[in-house]
Write a protein of this length. Structure first.
Length: 273
C-alpha cells in the first residue's frame, strides 16, 4: 500500500502538471504503519528516511519473492533465498562495510561485515570542516579497550584490539548523515558547524577495500537541510534535476530554481551522492 502511494507521488512529481506536489496521501498511509511519525510532532529526517527505505524494500522484496517462486525450480532453493533479500532499494542504496579487528595481544585478525544504507559521520570541528574531514574521522582506526574489549577466540579471553573500517561494496547512491545532534559537556546540543562538501568528483577510494571493484567517484544530487534547534526546526531540500542538471529548492509549497552556489549551506543535514 505504501509502495503504491509512493509510486503515485513520484509519478505526480515527474508529470510536471503542478507547481508543487504534496506527499500527504503517502504520509497518511505511512503513519498507519509507523504511528511514531504523526504530523503533530517533530521528527528526525534521517530516522524517517531509514523507515521509508526499509518499508519500500519490504514491499518490493515481497513482490520479487513471489516472482521467484513462480519461475525458479525447487532445486534452486538457495538461489531463491538469496533473491528474496534484494530489492530495487538494496540495489541502489545498500553498501557494505568491513571492520578489521586485530587483537593487540596475539595479533590475530578477524573481519566483521556490516550492511548500510546511510553512513552517519561525526563532525570533528565546531566551526568549519570539510566532508573529507568527516570521512577521515569516521574511518580512522579505533582502539577497543576497558569495557569495549573483544573476546579473542585465539587468546581465549577479553583483550584490547584495534578496529578499522573500510567499504567493501560501494552503493550506487551513497547517503551521508552529518551528526549535528551530539553530546557536549553532558548536554545534548546541535552543532552548527559549516561542513564544506564537493558537488562532483567525491573520491572514496581511500576508504575502499582493494577487493571492491565499484566506481568510487560520486557527484552530489540532493541535500536535506535542517534549520532550528533540538526541539523545533524546519526541513528543506535541494535537489538536482537529473535531466536539465539545474538545482531546485523545495521549501514546503515553494519550489524554486536556485544557482549552484546556493547549494552549499550551513544547514546541510543529509547528503545524497
Amino acid at each position: 500500500e505504501s509502495a503504491t502511494a509512493f509510486g503515485c507521488l513520484v509519478s505526480d512529481m515527474w508529470l510536471g502538471e503542478f507547481d508543487y506536489v504534496s506527499p500527504e496521501a503517502f504520509h497518511s498511509i505511512f503513519e498507519k504503519r509507523y504511528p511514531a511519525f504523526t504530523r503533530t510532532t517533530q521528527h528526525d529526517a534521517q530516522e524517517f528516511l531509514i523507515c521509508v527505505l526499509d518499508d519500500l524494500h519490504e514491499a518490493f522484496k515481497e513482490v520479487r519473492a513471489q516472482l521467484c517462486q513462480e519461475i525458479v525450480s525447487p532445486a534452486a532453493g538457495a538461489s531463491t533465498r538469496s533473491l528474496r533479500g534484494t530489492s530495487i532499494i538494496t540495489q541502489l542504496f545498500e553498501g557494505q562495510l568491513s571492520y578489521a579487528i586485530r587483537c593487540l595481544t596475539c595479533r590475530a585478525l578477524s573481519d566483521k561485515p556490516e550492511s548500510f544504507t546511510i553512513l552517519s559521520l561525526p563532525i570533528p570541528s565546531t566551526r568549519v570542516c570539510s566532508l573529507q574531514d568527516c570521512l577521515e574521522c569516521f574511518f580512522q582506526p579505533d582502539v577497543l579497550t576497558r569495557n569495549n574489549q573483544i573476546h579473542c577466540y585465539w587468546c581465549g579471553g577479553n583483550q584490547d584490539a584495534t578496529v578499522t573500517a573500510s567499504i567493501t561494496k560501494a552503493p550506487q547512491i551513497i547517503i551521508f548523515h552529518l551528526k549535528r545532534f551530539a553530546w557536549q559537556d553532558k548536554n545534548r546540543r546541535k552543532l552548527s558547524t559549516t561542513v564544506c562538501y564537493p558537488f562532483s568528483d567525491l573520491d572514496l577510494s581511500p576508504y575502499i577495500s582493494p577487493a571492491c571493484c565499484n566506481n568510487t567517484e560520486y557527484s552530489l544530487c540532493a541535500v536535506v537541510n535542517h534549520a532550528g534547534d533540538l526541539d523545533y526546526g524546519h526541513y528543506t531540500a535541494f535537489c538536482k534535476h537529473s535531466v536539465t542538471k539545474n538545482w531546485y529548492s523545495f521549501d514546503d509549497a515553494q519550489v524554486t530554481k536556485i544557482p549552484d552556489s546556493a547549494v552549499q549551506a550551513d544547514t546541510a543535514y543529509l547528503l545524497f551522492y
